[in-house]
Design a protein around this ligand. Structure first.
Ligand code: SF4
Length: 501
């Protein structure tokens, strides 16, 4: 089967990952692997195979700037070893310095899958316990459930104002039968994806399976639509249009760069003015709290010279002062318009600055979120790993002995006879047991993963012994994980998450 289907609520597997690159514009992870500082083993082994615009996150990671990671879990059943991939991805980004968010998509589970609230509560607890047990730092990161997060719901409401029904039809195939709560859960999910940027815009990565890509694309689209949402009026006062906004922002940058450049003194002057003028306006137009954070941000960005003027206007923000300023700016603007062309503007940089300026002037300033995509684990019985087929997966709550037994009875990529296996070698690439080694059991130990692979395809390894080794490792993993889950109980209970209602 080689059809590609990207349906977040469907049950189809994605047989041909290559088509995702061609048809949906997902980029190959391999191409950026060298740029990842200290890559996770799931990246090194190609389990994380694709990404959408992951570079800004990497840049922030390398430069020590802010970035975030967020992913969500639909509590429709027990967390299993397939979910562990996502847990690991969140935790790894947190360890690389990212702000980490793990959320329970309870509204989605209820509206799209019809799961009862009692069941949702029980499973939510299990997901969070495993996430904490695997190393999520709850003091640094945030865990929440959708239905219990007011800020999220307000953001979802705003995002809903920028989305319309025909998009839901086009993207998700919604029709006249789709229940309204399902639609609400979609805008909630869009809000989840942008939630890490609510206070401060920052590169954000969403680690997901490729079936979730429609959500990511839609969120990226909405992020762009929301950018100028609140700040439009402020900019309108200066009659700046969309093309001029980045120019003004670039002026901040150019001021630094060109001010001391003897050959282009007037550019420096123009930049200086644009930067000043816009900030003065900001000082007047924004709320006090936003103004203060803008001042702080600018200080951090080395823009101290502007501070006194902001402060001045902040205190003297009378209508009269404002009118005078507008007049001054209008005149000056005309004078300097001709110089704008002289700026050699790096559009990307200018847009970044524009976002920064907007965000601190009351806009959202969202940066379109990035994503990384991991392969789905093959079920132990072959086919898809599915929560609804117990033998196909190993739940993180499975009795370690059951885990052992499931591995022992898994299908393999082995040949019909031992003799044939020695002669031809096994087919590790088609073997669910090898996947267990690569995705989970060997952890960070690349050598061991490679050894299993090489021995398998070289015919030195036979499936009986190989499965025994994997089954034993699985039993140990489950024992250890469940012990850590017990320790995580107290941590989870100390958090302010309502898992009862
Ligand atoms: Fe799979 Fe191991 Fe058999 Fe190779 S030897 S096919 S990895 S079970």
């Amino acid at each position: 089967k080689d059809e590609v289907a990207l349906d977040p609520w469907g049950s189809s597997t994605i047989a041909d990952y290559r088509k995702l690159f061609e048809e949906f514009g997902i980029e190959e992870f391999d191409e950026i692997l060298d740029e990842v500082p200290n890559p996770h083993y799931l990246m090194r082994r190609g389990v994380i195979f694709g990404h959408r615009d992951y570079r800004p996150v990497l840049e922030a990671m390398r430069d020590g700037d802010d970035f975030a990671v967020l992913s969500g879990f639909m509590p429709t059943g027990d967390p299993h070893i397939g979910h562990k991939l996502v847990f690991d991805e969140i935790i790894w980004h947190q360890q690389q310095g990212g702000d980490a968010y793990g959320l329970i998509a309870d509204m989605e589970a209820h509206s799209a899958r019809g799961i009862s609230w009692d069941e949702i509560n029980e499973h939510s607890r299990d997901y969070l316990l495993s996430l904490i047990a695997l190393g999520f730092d709850t003091e640094e990161g945030e865990l929440y459930r959708q239905s219990d997060n007011d800020r999220l719901q307000r953001l979802a409401f705003e995002l809903g104002g920028k989305a319309n029904y025909s998009e839901f039809e086009g993207i998700y195939g919604f029709d006249g039968e789709t229940n309204i709560s399902h639609m609400q859960s979609v805008v909630t999910q869009m809000a989840d994806i942008l939630y890490p940027q609510l206070d401060d815009p920052k590169p954000t990565v969403i680690p997901v399976g490729p079936d979730q890509d429609p959500h990511v694309r839609f969120a990226r689209d909405l992020a762009t639509r929301m950018r100028f949402f609140k700040v439009t009026e402020a900019f309108a006062s200066f009659e700046l249009d969309d093309t001029e906004r980045p120019v003004v922002a670039a002026a901040y940058d150019a001021r630094e760069e060109y001010a001391d450049e003897p050959d282009i003194p007037r550019c420096g002057e123009a930049a200086e003015w644009l930067a000043d003028a816009n900030l003065d306006a900001a000082g007047i137009l924004v709320e006090e709290s936003v103004r203060d954070s803008a001042v702080e941000k600018l200080e951090n960005a080395g823009m101290e010279p502007l501070r006194p003027r902001i402060r001045f206007f902040a205190r003297q923000a009378t209508d009269e002062a404002f009118e005078a300023l507008i007049e001054e700016i209008d005149g000056e603007k005309r004078r300097y318009d001709q110089h704008i062309d002289a700026f050699d503007i790096d559009v990307e940089e200018a847009e970044d600055l524009a976002r920064e300026v907007e965000a601190h002037h009351g806009g959202y300033g969202f940066i379109p979120p990035s994503s990384i995509y991991h392969r789905f684990m093959t079920g132990l019985t072959g086919g898809k790993m599915s929560s609804s087929i117990p033998a196909s997966h190993i739940s993180l709550l499975d009795d370690p002995e059951d885990g052992y037994n499931k591995v022992k009875s898994a299908t393999t990529g082995g040949r019909d006879t031992a003799e044939e296996q020695r002669r031809l070698g096994g087919e590790a690439d088609k073997c669910p047991v090898y996947e267990l080694y690569a995705y989970l059991l060997t952890g960070d130990d690349d050598e061991l993963a490679k050894e299993v692979y090489d021995e398998c395809i070289g015919g030195e390894r036979l499936c009986g012994g190989c499965k025994e080794q994997a089954a034993t490792m699985m039993r140990e993993f489950l024992e250890d994980h469940q012990e850590k889950r017990e320790e995580a109980e107290a941590v989870l209970d100390s958090l302010d998450i309502d898992l009862e209602t």
